[in-house]
Design a protein around this ligand. Sequence first.
Ligand code: ATP
Ligand code: MG
Length: 565
Amino acid sequence: MAEAESASTQGARDFIRDIIRADLESGAVQSVVTRFPPEPNGYLHIGHAKSICLNFGVAREFGGRCNLRFDDTNPTKEEMEFIESIQEDVRWLGFDWGAHPTFASDNFQILYDWAEHLIRAGKAYVEDLSQEEIRAYRGTLTEPGKNSPYRDRPVAENLDLFRRMRAGEFPDGARALRARVDMASGNMNLRDPVIYRILHAPHPRTGDAWCIYPTYDFAHGQSDAIEGVTHSLCTLEFADHRPLYDWLIDNLPVPSRPRQYEFARLNLTHTVLSKRRLTQLVQEGHVAGWSDPRMPTLAGLRRRGVPPAAIRDFIGRVGVAKSDNVVEIGLLEHCVREHLNKTAARRMAVLDPLKVVIENYPEDRTEQLEAINNPEDAAAGKRPLDFGRELYIERADFMEDPPRKFFRLAPGREVRLRYAYFITCREAIKNAAGEVVELHCTYDPETRGGDAPDGRKVKATLHWVSAAHAVRAEVRLYDHLFARPDPGAQGPFQDDINPDSLRVRQDCRLEPAAADAGTGQADQFERVGYFCLDPDSTPARPVFNRTVALRDTWAKVQAKGLRKA
Ligand code: ATP
Ligand code: MG
């Protein structure tokens, strides 16, 4: 990993790392074991990246181990597609879980045995009340719950019924197994939580072997204990589950004693980070699938050209804390620009082409000029750039009647074509509708390479491509998926979708080297932004995604803040 990056994460101090350091120093644990526990019911998003970087990061920093564990206890929503995408995404982000991932479903038999253990100890019972009745009996935050009439069933009857549940004798929802904790507890999670439910549904991994499944609460901590997890790091919404986590660990013959710690989840402006909502975006057709480059999924960010190092850096800057907050999406974009500025090859591309004819350049001639691949990286070298009589420049770089502060091309004005020559606009040719369709210019052969021997200056340098050599491409320009910073704050979140989140330019012209890029590896199109080749490309028609524009509004906001301060 890059040095700059290890500096930003290795020495990181936060309350989780402080706890781990103290546990190692005191000998409370010999080595640190963590896990990243996704439920395979969707693609990973940038919020998950925070958990991944934390769990795998601390394991790496403290010489421990981190498991990738699928919390696959809810078969109706889980799919192999998600199991595979999650592994691909964690690997892409730069982390390694060793030989193979683990699955809560690997533990279904032990969990079942432990459920019987609780029954035998008088600490679990089979419930006959319906879900609604269970809810009604549970009480409220201000009122204690009421004991179920089935709470005091004899152990033998509980065992018999639980085994028959397992054998498939009862329909879904007819019965459930509940832990016998405390119906008067101030913590609702301790009011005899359901730990097994009947669900006649095939499981992506265990098939038809089971028709009862443990709940998240019964599977999670026990799987931690089975795997020897020392620090079970999860998000704040699980803080209320911790007493139950501990109660189960205390009351079961587990091989090790994990501890749960909670940190704040990542929230980002102009997007949603809930799998339920992301699933809706996909299923309702608001986006073109989980890897749509507008999605905050890791698959979407990858397709958009975001380097994994930029995500790790972003997560490092956000830090790990105990209180919820919302991070500006501009910070993520800033991290992406910073990484790409160092690594991306510079290319010339014209997104909205306007033809330029150099009247005094010989018709049958072309020549090659030299262009620098990356001014930030001398090792990236140079490339030849074709020049000829007909070129394209960006339509927005010409104005027939320019206002005072417009320094680019205009009739009678001279500008520099990057790496090439000074040109002067002699005439704007219009169509019948009065639109400018072509510019006739002259060039100064003495300015080859971009400087005038007589020292005269121009106020603008334009990018351009040679018409004879350029490759046509489709370019997809992305903006925030949601217009509001807080989608859903005032009505259905779908109503806040930005209608301009995708704009497609069909007739862009690229220098050939730009079209040679590998998929997913972003280049800088000079003066325009960072772009990467999309898998939708065909040899005849490359398609590019804008990863991020060049303009760094975040840096501006920061600078303004500094000036004010
Ligand atoms: P969602 O709420 O989007 O459905 P989830 O928590 O149900 O997400 P899981 O697959 O259970 O999704 O998450 C795996 C792990 O990632 C959990 O430990 C969870 O706490 C963590 N995680 C999920 N979302 C975030 C987030 N926005 N920031 C940090 N960690 C997260
Ligand atoms: Mg979850």
